[in-house]
Write a protein that binds this ligand. Structure first.
Ligand code: HEC
Length: 144
């Protein structure tokens, strides 16, 4: 897939996520949705740099990468207690297939850690792999 096409797929993932971001009252559900919002923000920063919409900034790119790595490491703790809320989009399968859910968080962590933030092109080359891990988990565990 060309980078432009990958970025479009990514845009669709992000737009879909942000469209129903409002309304959770349970503090744990809110916190895990905020963690995901931060993922979305970091991916937007990196995507905008890769596409040239935003100027390449090495420090900003590195910060976004770190955000993704840290978010991935925080997923298990953020979902552990099976908090529920009518505005949650977490599928119950998360807690019956817990090891797989945590493994998918690990996949995001690995893909983010492998991102080369040297230039807009290296970022573009690594974004598809990261976006794939977002999508894999959302397909299995996020209700639309
Ligand atoms: C290990 C699983 C997993 C991974 C990996 C994952 N997500 Fe999520 N994501 C979820 C789940 C589950 C929800 C639903 C949260 C809820 O509403 O309880 C969610 C929700 C979201 C939301 C909506 C948040 C809100 O406010 O309702 C966004 C945006 C999002 N994810 C972006 C991303 C991006 C971008 C990535 C990759 C960088 C990513 N996610 C990786 C599981 C994951």
């Amino acid at each position: 897939m060309k980078i432009a096409a990958k970025l479009m797929v990514l845009g669709a993932i992000l737009a879909g996520g942000i469209a129903f971001a409002e309304g959770a009252k349970d503090p744990d559900v809110k916190a895990r949705q905020e963690l995901m919002e931060a993922n979305g923000g970091a991916m937007k920063t990196l995507g905008d740099m890769a596409s040239g919409k935003e100027a390449f900034d090495a420090a900003k790119a590195e910060a976004a990468k770190k955000q993704l790595v840290d978010d991935a490491a925080g997923i298990a703790a953020a979902w552990k207690n099976n908090a529920t809320d009518p505005a949650s989009h977490s599928k119950p399968e998360i807690w019956t297939a817990w090891d797989d859910f945590v493994a998918k968080a690990g996949d995001l962590g690995k893909a983010a850690a492998a991102l080369d933030t040297t230039s807009k092109d290296t970022i573009g080359a690594g974004l598809g792999a990261i976006g794939g891990t977002c999508k894999a988990c959302h397909t299995a565990y996020k209700a639309s």
